[in-house]
Design a protein around this ligand. Sequence first.
Ligand SMILES: [Zn+2]
Length: 368
Amino acid sequence: MLVLAEDIGSRPAGSPAERQAAQYISHQLATYGYETQVEEFSVEYYVEEAGLEVVSPISLSLSPGALRLSAAGEVTAELAAAGLGRPEDFPPEGLKDRIALIERGDLSFADKVANANAADAAAVVIYNNAEGPFQGDLQAESAIPAVSLSQAEGGQLQTLLEEGPLTVRLFVQSTQETSTSQNIIGRPPEDDCQLIVGAHYDSVAAGPGANDNASGSATLLEIARVLDLSDGEQGVCFVAFGSEETGLLGSRHFVATLISQDEPSPQAMINLDMVGVGDEWHIMGSTSLAEKTAQVATALGLDPLLTEPHFSSDHLSFTDAGIPAILIHRFEDPRYHTESDRAEFVEPQLLEEAAKLTLLALAELAGS
Ligand SMILES: [Zn+2]
C-alpha cells in the first residue's frame, strides 16, 4: 500500500502515475506465479488551467489552480468576500455578477460553489485555510468557474478588499485530452476466471488515494500472494481496474471484453474498495452472494452490515451484466477524495480483516 499511496502517490485515470502503479501491480502478480495481462483502453479527460489577476486599482498577478470539473470561462468583475460560502455568508441581495472570495473549510467545495451560484456570483475563488496552495475536486461540473488559491494569496486579496473595491480577472480553460489507461489481470496458469477478486488502483487527482483505493489494491495483492496456486486453488483471478474514479471505465471495459470474447461467465466477483478506514464493514450487491459473504464475516466476528446498494464502484459493471458481484467496504471516511487520504490513516488490521474475509468467502464459493 505504501508503494501506491506514498512512493507513487496520486494516480488519476490515464496519468503516468496510474501506469506506474499498473506496472507495480502486474510485477507483483507475476512474482506470485500468475499469468499477467495488461488490458489497455483509452480514456478522455479534461485538463483545467486557471488564471487570476487583480486589474484595478492595482495590478497584481496571482497563482490559482483550477478546481477539478470547474466550468470554463473568463470573468472580469468586482471581488466580494463571502466568508466560508455558507448561505448566510452572502449578502441578502446576493452578489449580482461579482466574484465570490471564499475561505476553505466547513462545506464541500461543490457546496460553496453552488451557494455562490445561487447568490448570483459570476465565479468563485476559494483560498486555503492552511499554509500553501491546494487541489480540489468539485465532483461534478460546476455552473460557474471556480479556482483555488493559497492561504497567503487569499489573505492578500482580503487585505486589499478591506481597503476598497477590487476588480479581478479570472479564467478557467479546459482542454480535452485522450490517454491510455489499463486493467491488470492475474490468472492462475492455464485457467479460466471462475471467481474474480477486483479492486481499482487509480485515485482522484486531489490526493494520494490511500484508503481509496490503495487499501483495496494492496489487499488484493496480499490475497493473491497467500492463495497457494500449487495447492489446486483454481479459477480465482485478480483484476486491478484503472479509471474507476472517472466512471467505472476499467471494469466496464473488462466486462465488455469478457462478453465480446465469449469467455465463460465468472461465477462471482468480489470488489474491494476503501477497506482501511471507518467504523463498520459493509457488504452490498447481489443478494445471495452478499448474504453468504456476510455469514462468513459474522463467523470471523466482523459484525458486518448488509447495506442497500448505494455506493458506485466496479462491482456494478458486473451486476449490470448479470454477473453476481458484491462490494466489501467501509465508507465512512472523512478524508474521502481529499489530499488527506494518506497512508497514515489506513489501519493495517482492517486490511488483514478484509483479506481474511475474502479468502474465506472464496473458499466457500469454490466449494459450492
Ligand atoms: Zn474507490
